[in-house]
Structure formats: structure tokens, C-alpha cells
Design a protein around this ligand. Structure first.
Ligand code: PHE
Length: 466
């Protein structure tokens, strides 16, 4: 741990910061949420608009967030306040940070539910490996219908869902309680590179065996008539979710970056890696969805229902399935760790608590909400907490948390961040931090000042009321 003199930790190297930030960005958002959202929002129009959002909105906002964090060298709320103070602006802007911290806490609570599903599939493939050994594909001799039924089977089992959720949360708490360099970094530095390789291999295999052509056509044919306000809001929400934006995550991680890290360049690497993995996930999952006749709009279960079918058909299927879900587990963990780190840093810095105590308090809160999310698929399936808001009318507790954070908190947080960085913060301070020169700096500044807040406000309006 390298101290900065304020009792505040820093990443031990430049590449460790990049890997941790990539680790935060790459997670269930790419593999689970991206394909599910693409499928529910009609494919091509969503995907292309998503890429547009990453480039024009996500990237500039990402740089704005890590920049605030690095300047502030503290939790998200305190970092925004410090930038405000150094710009002679009101500390009230700290609300961007505190709102984000709260939203990160909400996301953490349901993220760990999905993390629990990953743990379940690790168990399934481990069991299968013991049963069938290394011969042939996974689940030898079993009907594909039975494999498709694994996910609905898990959804129906409230007790198991809660147990898995709490298990995943407990592992996250363990790492965050250990601290930035000893816990979080280790996972990111050693496991993220491995994950990329395995994922690439599975996608290439899928390209040769599944309905690849149909998947490509589905994901990349742009049908303008499908681009409704709701689809656009879903795409921008997904871009933020996937890049860990609008909820203090990247501010918190930026605070651990060293002065000599070029934040402009780093943001590009993070966004590139994150978008690459999301597209890979789409290209791995949809060929199977089409080949197996699954519904594209199957929702949250899509990834978990489709991929095991591919592992059934693959040589060494049980082993590869086990390796894959283990990697997804680590990718999810590096993200859940960042989701917990944002509220934890706020908690222990603000109330001057030891880190493990702050972590435990946030963890307990997330456990309570998480139980409600886990039960949304079974015992509480009919509970519609936001029935009075049209776009969330059908949402159960889990969907409501997911929808409210991605479609309200994230875009609103991002609009405020753009206004703050583009108009309120001292231009010289921003210039010193952002690591951009010449034309690139001008473009970024124009995006943050005008393009992002305006497009976001319009999308938010039409997504909610259009
Ligand atoms: N970006 C993470 C993922 O794609 C989720 C996340 C969202 C993490 C917001 C931190 C903050 O899985």
C-alpha cells in the first residue's frame, strides 16, 4: 500500500489502476445485462445506439468522473466537494457524490443476487465434471430441455436464491474489508487477463458451431423504426451500467490513481475493453439463442439458459463450462467489489470508522435489500413496488431497483457531473487533470458542456414520458 500522506491508499502501479477500473467495468453488466437488454429491446437498434452512447456520452463522462476522484483523493462526495472548493463553487455539488454512493449501494444489493446465480452454475458444472468426467460435452445424455430448465428451477427456489445471494455478498465484503491494494487489486491484476483469453476462445468456438450469421444480423442490423425513447433510455442506461458510471464507482477508483496516470488515455482503455467484452458476449450468446430456439427477450435468465447448451455440445464441455463460470465469477467479483467500495469509502471516511466496520455496515444493508430482490423471482413475484410509474409498471422488486438505478440515477448523476465539470469547476484545474491535449481536449470539453447533458436530458424525457 502506498500512502499519499493523508492516510489514503493508492494503487501500487499505473497498470494496477487500469486493471482495477477495467475490472469494475467488466462484469455481469457485459455478460448478463447487455445481452438481456439487447434481446428485450429488439437487437440491432439497441446495440448500435449503445455503441453511440459509449463513444459520445460514456467516454466523456468516464473521464469526468475519474478526474474528479483523482483530484479529490477521497470518497466520491468528498472528492466532488474538494473540486468545488478549489473552484470557489458551492460544496452542495457534493450531492453528485452522495447520490451516486446511494445508487451504488442499491445496485450492489441486486448485483449480488445475479452473482449468486453464477455461483450456482459453478456448482452445477463442478458436479457434472465429477459425474461425467472429461469425456464429451457437459450433461452427457441429458435432454437439452432439462438444461434449459436449470434456471427456472433455481428461480423457483427462494431459499437457495437467498443463500447464494448472501454467499456472494459475503465474499465481496471479505475482499473490500481487506482494503484496496491487498484485496481488490489482487483479483484484478491476476484474474482479468485470464478471463479475456477464455472468453475469446469461447466466442470463437461459438462462431464456428452456433447460428453465427443470424446472431450478427440480429445484433447489427439497424432498424430506425425500433429506436423508441424507451429503447434509447435502455441503451444509455446500459452504457452507464456497463462503464460503472453515474454512481460514484469511477470517482471512487479515480481517487486511488497516482498523479502520473494519464486519465484521458486510461478512460479510452477502460471503455474499449468494456465494450469489446459486451460485444463478445453478444456474439457468444445469440448464436446459441437462435440455434436452440430460445426467446431473445427471455430477460435476466438469457445468458444462464443459453451458454450451458453450448457447453453441452462442446468437447470437454464440463471443464470449459466450469472454467467459464469461474471466470464470470471473478469478473463479477471485481465489479461488486467496486460497487461496495464506493459506499464503504464514503461510510468510513465520513464517520471515521475502521474500514472493516464501514464495510460490514454497508454489507448488512445490502443483504436486507438483496433478500427482497432474490425473492422477486419466487415468493414475492407479484410485488410491483413502482406500479404507479408507467415504464416500471410491470417491474418486480429486482427489476425496479435495476430500472431505477440505470434509467434514473445514472443518467441524472451523469447530467449533473457534466454540468459540474463542464461549467462549474475551474477550467484550469480540469485541464491539469484530464491528460488531453489540443483538439482532443476541445472535443471532450464540447461533449461534456453541451452534447452530453443535452442528449441525456432529451433521452431521459422521451424514455420516461415519450
Ligand atoms: N460495470 C459493472 C458491470 O458491468 C457494474 C457496476 C455498475 C459496477 C456501477 C460499479 C458501478 O458489471
Amino acid at each position: 500500500m502506498a500512502a499519499t500522506g493523508k492516510g489514503h491508499e493508492n494503487w501500487s502501479s499505473r497498470s494496477a489502476f487500469i486493471l482495477a477500473a477495467v475490472g469494475s467495468a467488466v462484469g455481469l453488466g457485459n455478460m448478463w445485462r447487455f445481452p438481456a437488454e439487447a434481446g428485450e429491446n429488439g437487437g440491432g437498434a439497441f446495440v448500435l445506439f449503445y455503441i453511440f452512447c459509449v463513444l459520445l456520452i460514456g467516454l466523456p463522462v468516464l473521464l469526468s468522473e475519474v478526474l474528479i476522484g483523482r483530484h479529490g483523493q477521497a470518497n466520491a462526495q468528498e472528492s466532488v466537494r474538494k473540486v468545488a472548493r478549489d473552484s470557489n463553487a458551492s460544496e452542495g455539488w457534493g450531492i453528485i457524490g452522495s447520490m451516486g454512493v446511494f445508487a451504488a449501494f442499491l445496485i450492489l444489493s441486486f448485483y449480488c443476487v445475479v452473482g449468486g446465480w453464477v455461483v450456482y452454475y459453478i456448482g452445477v458444472f463442478l458436479g457434472d465434471l465429477f459425474q461425467t468426467g472429461l469425456s464429451g460435452g457437459a450433461f452427457e445424455g441429458r435432454d437439452p430441455e432439462e438444461i434449459k430448465g436449470l434456471m427456472p428451477g433455481l428461480f423457483g427456489n427462494g431459499g437457495l436464491m437467498v443463500g447464494l445471494n448472501l454467499g456472494f455478498l459475503a465474499i465481496t465484503v471479505f475482499f473490500v474489508a481487506r482494503g484496496v491494494s491487498s484485496g481488490i487489486e489482487w483479483v484484478a491484476v491476476y484474474l482479468m487477463p485470464l478471463f479475456f483469453l477464455l472468453f475469446l476462445a469461447i466466442t470463437i468456438y461459438g462462431a464456428f458451431t452456433g447460428n453465427f450469421g443470424e446472431a450478427v444480423a440480429y445484433l447489427f442490423t439497424f432498424d430506425f423504426s425500433k429506436l423508441t425513447g424507451e429503447v434509447m433510455l435502455a441503451a444509455v442506461g446500459q452504457a452507464f451500467f456497463s462503464l460503472s458510471l453515474g454512481v460514484a464507482g469511477m470517482m471512487t477508483y479515480g481517487a486511488y490513481a497516482n498523479r502520473d496516470t494519464n486519465l484521458g488515455e486510461t478512460s479510452g482503455i477502460i471503455a474499449g475493453a468494456d465494450t469489446g467484452v459486451a460485444l463478445l458476449a453478444g456474439l457468444a450468446i445469440f448464436p446459441i439463442v437462435f440455434a436452440a430456439g430460445l426467446a431473445t427477450n427471455a430477460g435476466p435468465g438469457l445468458m444462464f439458459e443459453s451458454l450451458p447448451l453450448a457447453f453441452q455440445a462442446m468437447p470437454l464441455g464440463s471443464l470449459i463450462g466450469l472454467a467459464f463460470f469461474t471466470m464470470v465469477f471473478f469478473a463479477a467479483l471485481t465489479s461488486s467489489v467496486s460497487l461496495l467500495e464506493a459506499p464503504t469509502a464514503w461510510m468510513f471516511e465520513k464517520f471515521n470508522l475502521p474500514r472493516p466496520v464501514g464495510t460490514a455496515i454497508v454489507g448488512l444493508g445490502a443483504a436486507v435489500l438483496g433478500v427482497l430482490s432474490a425473492l422477486s423471482f419466487n415468493d414475492m413475484a407479484d410485488f410491483r413496488p413502482l406500479a404507479f410509474i408507467p415504464i416500471f409498471a410491470e417491474a418486480n422488486f429486482f427489476d425496479a431497483l435495476d430500472g431505477v438505478t440505470a434509467k434514473l440515477f445514472m443518467p441524472i448523476g451523469a447530467i449533473l457531473t457534466c454540468i459540474f465539470v463542464g461549467w462549474i469547476a475551474d477550467a484550469k484545474l480540469i485541464d491539469d487533470e484530464n491528460g488531453l491535449d489540443g483538439a482532443l481536449h476541445q472535443i471532450w470539453r464540447a461533449l461534456v458542456r453541451y452534447v452530453c447533458p443535452i442528449i441525456l436530458a432529451v433521452i431521459l424525457y422521451f424514455g420516461l414520458f415519450g
